[in-house]
Write a protein that binds this ligand. Structure first.
Ligand SMILES: NC(=O)c1ccc[n+]([C@@H]2O[C@H](COP(=O)([O-])OP(=O)(O)OC[C@H]3O[C@@H](n4cnc5c(N)ncnc54)[C@H](OP(=O)(O)O)[C@@H]3O)[C@@H](O)[C@H]2O)c1
Length: 316
């Protein structure tokens, strides 16, 4: 419909953006249309979005000119950066700056910036409870995004900063699923002690983002956080045990042990979990469950997500 407001969605073939494109398309009466942005409009993933009814257009977020073209004529935009594709917080900041400038140039009415906390506000670089990484970060994949929050404001883009949560999909795609311990029983491993880890089905982030767009101007200039559940490691292990019908333990390790696991980004994730553990009240409070459901009533709990996805989780 010509009167529909076009939302330009970065990362449309990925987890967050894909969820938003599908949420927009499924929301018949919502008044929004999705412009799915991808580097390759001919990929199978892009074609699948076109088949659902999305407009598909090209973008490379490394180029401000490209983002400007991609945002032109749109009403709003969903902006996300891809830390794990390059592991550079500086690059995320540069990409977010391009998005903010493009949003302003296109005269967008509402931008959602998918962000995370700048942990240095809680743990300054002089605080040696966790190592400083890359010379100026504590949790690089958080800090760069958090630093970019002000960039959107500085460029005058009407923005809602959206604090997302740990994807439960990490149990499927990020090697975090239950693994067999020395005793033969499955265990999930986190350095979270007995603290709660706010989590979410990655697909549901898009539903919440659409909920924000549908609230009109209410959250412009504000920061809002979302999660589908706040669960301790022990509670998640119990949910796994129930879903799988076998023992699943929670293996609580110190953050320094997690940092030493040796996979790319283990130090960043070790610091991240330590931040979530040590500032747990602040971190959970920023992601209120009732508020999240008010944006998206179909938001899944961990148990619901697990029931639906347990067959997809590699166990080892
Ligand atoms: N994993 C977690 O628990 C978690 C939790 C909260 C936040 N996050 C954050 O989420 C972010 C990633 O979002 P996601 O999970 O939605 O990503 P994703 O599923 O990995 O999707 C990335 C998509 O972005 C596109 N893309 C990659 N580089 C691009 C570029 N230069 N220009 C334009 N498009 C590009 C790719 O699509 P094409 O190939 O089609 O272009 C890809 O499908 C990360 O920054 C991460 O820190 C992750």
């Amino acid at each position: 419909m010509a009167s529909e407001k076009i939302i330009a969605v970065i990362g449309a073939t990925g987890a967050q953006g894909g969820g938003l494109v599908r949420a927009i398309i499924n929301d018949n009466a919502g008044g929004f249309a999705a412009r799915a942005l991808t580097r390759d409009v001919n990929s199978d993933a892009a074609k699948a979005l076109a088949a659902l009814g999305a407009e598909v257009a090209a973008v490379d977020i490394g180029s401000e000119a490209s983002v400007k073209r991609a945002f032109a004529g749109a009403w709003g935009a969903f902006c996300v950066t891809f830390f794990w594709a390059h592991m550079s917080a500086e690059r995320e900041l540069a990409e977010a700056t391009a998005m903010a400038r493009a949003a302003r140039a296109a005269g967008l009415k509402h931008v959602i910036w998918s962000s995370l906390e700048d942990t240095r506000k809680w743990v300054p670089l002089t605080d040696d409870r966790m190592p400083t990484l890359g010379g100026k970060y504590k949790v690089p994949h958080f800090d760069g995004k958090g630093e970019a929050d002000r960039v959107f404001a500085q460029h005058g883009a009407p923005t809602t900063v959206l604090l997302t949560s740990f994807y439960w999909d990490n149990f499927i795609h990020f090697g975090m699923g239950p693994k067999k311990g020395p005793d033969g029983a499955l265990a999930i491993t986190f350095p979270m002690g007995d603290k709660k880890l706010p989590g979410i089905a990655a697909e549901d982030i898009g539903g919440c983002a659409l909920g924000i767009f549908k609230k009109g101007t209410e959250f412009i200039g504000k920061t809002v956080g979302i999660a589908g559940d706040h669960a301790t490691g022990a509670q998640m292990a119990a949910a796994f045990a129930k879903a799988l019908g076998q023992t699943v333990r929670y293996n609580d390790v110190p953050p320094e042990v997690y940092r030493g696991f040796g996979f790319p980004g283990a130090d960043d994730l070790g610091n991240m979990f330590q931040f979530k553990r040590d500032f747990n009240e602040d971190f959970c409070r920023a992601r209120d469950l009732k508020f999240s459901r008010s944006l998206y009533p179909a938001l899944q709990t961990f148990e619901q997500w697990l029931t639906k996805n347990k067959q997809r989780i590699p166990m080892g």
